[in-house]
Design a protein around this ligand. Sequence first.
Ligand code: DON
Length: 305
Amino acid sequence: MKNILKEVLEESKKYTEEGNVASYIPELKKANRDDVGICIIDRYNNIYTEGNYSTKFTIQSISKVIVLAMALMDNDWSYVFSKVGMEPSGDPFNSIMKLETNDTKRPNNPMINAGAIVTTSLIKGDSAEEKEARMLNFFRKLAKNDSLQINYDVYKSEKLTGDRNRAMAYLLKNDGFITGDVEEVLDLYFKQCSIEVDTVDLARIGINLASYGVDIETGERLIRKDISRMVKTFMVTCGMYDASGEFAIRTGIPAKSGVGGGIVASVPNTMGIGVYGPALDKKGNSVAGIKILEDLSNRLELNIF
Ligand code: DON
């Protein structure tokens, strides 16, 4: 396995110059474009790492998967899906267009920003502080890492420049998909995106989803089985935005990307994979990360279809 990871990582490094680090959130520009890291945790809890596997980065859109699981645990699923749809949008992650042109004006799915802001608004808690504490605690449990923290520089950077998300959130409130205080919902959304992780954290989240929500070491149930299924299905259909179709054909693994450069992948009953490579393609997915997952899928026969 170690040799495979070395080779796959070396091969992927050739592609980093085709991408660019995210710049629309100013703080993300600081990442090193050529970094590439991998971590795999298999169902027997073997951990394999390579390259910049312990470099910290913000989880960004990968958080949408975890917050969706939480929203589905906090609310009846029919209520959740009355506020956010189940269909791929085929649009970029930050598109606002369909909030106006969809029949229902409901966001297409919980993986695009508009849908994710809705799922964030569904997290339960008596105060903003309680919601934030519950959210961070759930991330820590899924990553099995009590030291996960919000990167406040990235959070402030997002909050200052997140006017597109702000515009969507106000539209969503106007159309009845968000209730309560819009700024409070956005604040929690920016915080969830700014949680700092490394590839080991992502691989752990991946194996927890791959094992249908059961911690493989302790046997503790972290997520309901039906919810872990729903979440992985969204990863296949919408996890890589308007590149989800091609990624599913080439790789056949449920995965979710973030503009911080991370991708979490979850191979049911087999392994969780975390990859990092902050050079992104035009659709906001890690160039090296996609290449690594494609190569690993071929070499380890991970395609679930
Ligand atoms: O709201 C945003 O635009 C970012 N916090 C997250 C976007 C993201 O990660 C898209 N993923 N590829």
